[in-house]
Each structure stands twice: as C-alpha cells, then as structure tokens.
Design a binder for this molecule. Structure first.
Ligand code: FE2
Ligand code: FE2
Length: 300
C-alpha cells in the first residue's frame, strides 16, 4: 500500500488580479503579506510546480493520494478554479483524500458560501458515516483518518482547532470495529509540534494539540501526517511526541525544499521516502538523503 502525501500548494492570485471588493476583509492582511513580505514571490512558481507534481504523482503508482490543506492563498474563487484546473488529472479520482487549510477558509464569507466544499468537497469521501473525521479503509492493512481543523479566524490569528466534538468522534472512530487490525494513520492541516519538537505558537498552531495527541495515541494511531508548516520534517515518536509526526512541507514554497512524501505500508513496516522539485529539470525526482526517511514503524 503506497500513499502519496503533498500539501500547501498555495495557488495564489497575483495582487494585480484581486478585485478590490474582495479585499474588504482579512484578505487585506493577505494582500499586504503578498505585497510587502514577499509572499507573492514565495509562491510565484506554484502553478508550474503543481503541474509537475501532478505529473509525478501519476507515475509513482500510489494507491492513495493525501492532500493536507492550503490549496489557495486568499480563498478566492479564481484561485480554487485555477487549482482545480491544475489538479484536473487527479481531481475526480476515488483514491484521493483532501482536507482544507486555513488559507482555504481565509475569510468567513468563503467558509459560509461553502466555496471550498463546492470545489473540493469530493475529496472528503468517507467510508464511515457522519464525517468529519473522514475514514478511508485502504486495502486490507490500513485506515486513513482525516480531520477538519481549519476555520476562519480574526485578522491576527492563523491558529486551528480540532474541537471537543470532533475529538470525541475521533475516539469513537478509532475504536470502531471496521478499523480493527489495521494500521491507523491520522491526517490534519496543523502540526501539533514544530520540527524542533516544541508546540507551535498560540496564533499559528493547533490550540488543542495536546488533546489531539492524547486521543490519537490512546486510539492506536501510529503516524500523524500534516501540512501548514512549510518546512518538511519527520519527528519520531518518543521525547516530545507519543506518535511519529511528519509533514512534507509546502510543495511549492520557494524558500523550502518543495517536496512530497511516499509512505509505503508493507510486510517490512511503514517506510517513508521523499521526492523533491528540481528547478533545472522542471520535474520531481527521488531524494534519497531526505532527513528522516526510511523505516518509521516496524512490522506488526
Ligand atoms: Fe500553508
Ligand atoms: Fe495553513
């Protein structure tokens, strides 16, 4: 069983193309980020790299694809439409699970209008009723569970929250007989730990990170997969976290590695490898020395 995990493509409208009416909201903060803090520059190649990523993912023979949020920059309809075009070859696959990130709910209007759901709701198929959490039963050996932890926030806030209701449902899902005997992987947008093992900040991280780690650990989750933090890393279980945590980082952010992960579950255990973007070839290729790659969990 092979899972391809990518995140945070941030297809972002150029500042010149953003209608002024759309700016009368938190988007003005995003616009200032784009203009003054170089974010437009950070994601200037997002479209080309996403196209190369989709091409590569189609060639690595993944049984399932996981996307962990932040398709867009400002949750504009035009950005979602652009993302749909770029992701078209995998858009309607039965074998993809995707969740929104905070940038996909950047303003309350985008969340209330159901913009994300309209464009990417098909990525939230679940084999157990009443999602979220979404549950996908993968082959005979694995279960992928995915949460919704992003929400529209005030101007100064980009934090996430799983919430007490969803945490309770997560506990029930992890104990469901349908998951018995399967290796459990949990996906969300926010990382409960930074690459250093410390929790993220109050206004950038997951507010209920400790509760989530406790519920996931008690329910037998072996691997936690997330996005939001744009630097890729693998944080092994032990010390600061009871569960191994990994993020491929942003696939398109020019200041980082622009990678995605392959997670292989087989008789040898759970193994991770990375592929990264090469600006010289304009494509993705193997990255054998990616820190943290190799065996994440032994055979059961
Ligand atoms: Fe992001
Ligand atoms: Fe994010």
């Amino acid at each position: 069983m092979r899972i391809a995990h990518f995140s945070d493509i941030h297809v972002t409208a150029s500042t010149a193309d953003i209608p002024w009416r759309a700016m009368l909201s938190k988007r003005i903060v995003g616009w200032l980020n784009l203009q003054l803090l170089g974010r437009e520059e950070d994601f200037r190649e997002a479209e080309e790299i996403t196209a190369a990523l989709v091409k590569d993912i189609q060639q690595v023979e993944a049984d399932h694809i996981l996307f962990t949020g932040d398709l867009t920059g400002l949750a504009l309809d035009s950005e979602f439409e652009r993302a749909r075009l770029l992701l078209k070859p995998i858009l309607d696959s039965e074998n993809i699970t995707g969740i929104p990130g905070n940038h996909d709910f950047y303003v309350p209007a985008a969340a209330q209008d159901g913009t994300y759901d309209r464009h990417f709701g098909s990525w939230e198929r679940s084999e157990l009723a009443n999602p979220p959490p979404i549950v996908r039963l993968l082959g005979e050996e694995a279960a992928l569970i995915a949460l919704r932890d992003s929400r529209p926030n005030a101007f100064h806030d980009s934090s996430g929250m799983v919430g007490a209701d969803q945490l309770k449902k997560l506990g029930a899902v992890l104990a469901d007989p349908a998951l018995e005997g399967r290796r459990k992987l949990l996906a969300l947008h926010y990382g409960p730990r930074r690459s250093t093992g410390e929790p993220d900040s109050r206004f950038h991280g997951l507010r209920d990170a400790e509760e989530l780690l406790a519920a996931a650990s008690a329910g037998g989750v072996e691997l936690l997969l997330h996005g939001h933090l744009h630097n890729r890393f693998v944080l092994p279980a032990g010390g600061s976290t009871p569960i191994t945590i990994t993020t491929p980082g942003s696939a398109t952010h020019s200041r980082y590695e622009r990678a995605y992960h392959l997670i292989d579950l087989g008789p040898g255990g759970i193994e991770l490898s990375a592929r990264r973007y090469d600006p010289d070839t304009g494509g993705f290729s193997e990255w054998p020395e990616a820190p943290g790659s190799g065996l994440l969990a032994p055979p059961v």
